[in-house]
Design a protein around this ligand. Structure first.
Ligand code: DX5
Ligand code: ZN
Length: 250
């Protein structure tokens, strides 16, 4: 196994979360909220058997988004070996991020539109430890709604490891991907290249069995997919299919 930059720890090299994520890419993060709540443990066990390594939590507060979903106790309560990828769609995240980090987030994504002092949120996250392993660190993501100009990410490029383009208007799963997302992705990749930093790109929302090949061809490092995997029928087959389809882009 490739060793990380974390330094020796009880004789092992600790791999940083960001290095682990880079090693996994291109890969998929699967939204847990579309899983069958009455069979959640079984659903997660099935997912863990597919090769998927990231679990996506869509946190919505009923203010930033019309829908309200889950909070820190839910993120903490899910026992899984998958990386916890927490997508915060909430107002005033500055005062809330610490609770999600304490709940076990490995990756934490905050919307640029959700906070007046978004730069301060990423600075704050930069000084927090990953509670799963203090040596591993957190991955910080900035997310943008489809109607938000890309220029807002430029001032935070030094403070994030991932940029997520939400390809639907956030609020619920099962919507159709907005095609302008592809052009936005290419513009984001240019911004990242110009920054000289190795920032991952991610598309979230509207990713289906039918369009994952087309999305993959545009070259995001990650995609988030919910209802295409947890469709109430075949999560194992779906998870394997989506992972394989996304990775066979080259
Ligand atoms: C949207 C969320 C997405 C979405 C994904 O508000 O950020 O993660 O629920 O669900 P699907 O894959 O069904 O579009
Ligand atoms: Zn999401």
């Amino acid at each position: 196994m490739k060793s990380g930059r974390g330094g020796p720890f009880f004789g092992f090299e600790i791999m940083k979360t960001i290095d682990k994520l880079r090693q996994l890419c291109p890969t998929i993060s699967v939204g847990v909220l579309t899983a069958d709540l009455m069979n959640l443990e079984d659903e997660l066990n099935l997912l863990e058997g597919t090769g998927v390594e990231i679990l996506h939590f869509d946190v919505m507060d009923g203010c930033f988004t019309p829908m309200m979903t889950v909070g820190p106790p839910y993120v903490k309560g899910i026992r899984t070996k998958l990386l916890k990828d927490v997508h915060l769609m909430v107002t005033e995240p500055l005062e809330k991020v610490a609770a999600y980090v304490a709940a076990g987030a490995d990756i934490i994504t905050v919307h640029a539109e959700s906070e007046l002092h978004i730069h301060r949120v990423f600075q704050a996250l930069g000084s927090m430890e990953n509670v799963n392993d203090p040596e591993r660190g957190l991955v910080r993501g900035v997310a943008l709604n489809p109607g938000t100009p890309l220029s807002v990410i430029e001032p935070v490029l030094d403070e994030v490891e991932m940029i997520t383009l939400v390809a639907i208007n956030p609020g619920w799963g099962g919507q159709k991907l907005i095609p302008a997302t592809f052009d936005r992705l290419h513009q984001v990749k240019e911004l990242v290249a110009a920054s000289g930093r190795q920032i991952l790109t991610c598309i979230d929302g509207g990713v289906t069995r039918a369009n994952i090949g087309e999305i993959a061809a545009h070259g995001p490092d990650l995609v988030v997919t919910g209802s295409a995997v947890f469709d109430g029928k075949a999560p194992t087959e779906n998870g394997r299919f989506m992972l394989e389809a996304f990775r066979s882009r080259d």
